[in-house]
Design a protein around this ligand. Sequence first.
Ligand SMILES: O=P(O)(O)O[C@H]1O[C@H](CO)[C@@H](O)[C@H]1O
Ligand SMILES: O=c1cc[nH]c(=O)[nH]1
Length: 243
Amino acid sequence: MTDFLPITKIPRTGLPAHALVVGDPDRASAVAELLDGAALIGQNREYRTFAGTWRGVPVVVSSHGVGGAGAVCQFAELAEAGVHTFVRFGTAGALRADIADGDLVVAEAAVRDDGVTQQLIHPEFPAYATPEAVLALAGAAAAHGLRAHRGVVWTRAAFSPMVLRLPVADYVAARVIAIEMELSTLLVFAALRGLRAGGVLVIDGNAAVDNDNPTGYNPHRQVVTDAVAAGSRAALDALVELT
Ligand SMILES: O=P(O)(O)O[C@H]1O[C@H](CO)[C@@H](O)[C@H]1O
Ligand SMILES: O=c1cc[nH]c(=O)[nH]1
């Protein structure tokens, strides 16, 4: 039997119990640079994984790519290798006019429009964040002086609308505050396995506006880069608060 897990190529056992998971492999590398003693422990496909310490606590930082179907492969292998607490540090589009680019959103729960978890458990099952993770993330954002909003996030499998439009108006009316692509899969996966999970997202545009102008999406702006840099430290602080 190989010593490595097949999809992420991380070691089969012995990983730190706390993991920051991100969509972008380059974001994983950037966060790893903040850690002490970071080492690359796995690289395959979109999955890039490091282990190191933050404030003396061993942590994993790992990328899961875009979309819940690929991400859940990473969540499962990290859990198999020893992770029991997950924080997703991602990006999202705002669904409220007062949530600005560069703000953070701390998810309390997520709408399961992910196209994946319906194959894991009945659709009535909730996607909820571990309450301690919500409080730790909100507290860390405040401690870092970052503007953060708490609420429900919409996880949607298809990034771009086609013949079917995004039902933005319904979720705005339901007070959902942001849209992204993987969080509900993480929350349901963790709940089904008895693990802890939460998520904090950097806002990189307004999805309610961009629904009529999908080409308006541009996360490659300084306001987003700066917020990702600041938010990654807050997310790591929250993660180690959960030890
Ligand atoms: O920045 P990440 O973590 O990848 O998150 C968001 O960005 C990607 C879309 O560009 C999707 O993965 C979405 O969830
Ligand atoms: O899924 C996503 C991620 C970031 N921004 C968006 O508008 N949508």
